[in-house]
Design a protein around this ligand. Sequence first.
Ligand code: URA
Length: 296
Amino acid sequence: MVEAARHRVNEERTFACGASVRDPATVPARPSRRRTLDRALARSGACSRSEAQAAIAAGRVTVNGRVVRDPMHWLDPQVDRIGLDGEPVRARPKVVWMLHKPTGHLTTRSDERGRETVYALMTDAPGWLGPVGRLDKDTSGLLLFTNDTDLADAITSPRSRLEKRYEVACTTPLADAQLDQLRRGVELDDGPTLPARVRRLGAAGDDRTCIEIVITEGRNRQVRRMVAAVGSEVSALHRSAIGPLQLGGLAEGAARELTAAELDALHAALGSAAFRHPGRASGRARSRGSGDRPSR
Ligand code: URA
């Protein structure tokens, strides 16, 4: 609500300062394509929303040729011309990549301590792509990157119920009762976890330290904390799938763009889940190539 009020104040300020001051009674409802400068910049696929805010604050962004330092400046991306570092910003095609993340890499753009980040492995990707959620430094496996911020939101939203599958090695054998606890949900300091699917790994299921956990949330260090909550500790963690997406034969450390079939499967999984994007009539995320993607 505070955010909404702030938007309204800024919208009024923009109208008050700009050329388009009109009698509010005669102003038609704001067309939905209007959005704030930071959103418009991020939605173009040029950078993340936080990077957009930093660029705006630094005076690197223009609207119709004039520097604008207010990220809440309202504009119409189809009419107003945004510039970044003197170059016109044009909407980029939305792309999704997958990385087979090895352990030891941080899921961050840059690290002040100079540690290796996942971006060292994403050198072939086009332009700016942001990670969809995070994997811990010591976790390996499937990590998605995209410049489609709405798709990223849909994938990470707990409301989407999109399944994330993990292979987990624990430091101690887990009893059936501990697996049942994980299945029912455990109490974490940020609230109880949703029910999970849990099974033993290994041909005969006789290695009682290795399990598969399928969760539909994506909280910080969730699997590690769930295992700790039932009295053990994770010694190795690997994400093997996100919804219908799997690493397949992708080598550790390698990255590639999703195929059209994978994108369709992802959108279908999101559309058939309980996810409904706020303000969107259909719950289905847009498919690649859509000209009017919803904003983050
Ligand atoms: N759960 C964790 O604990 N760590 C990850 O990296 C992903 C899920």
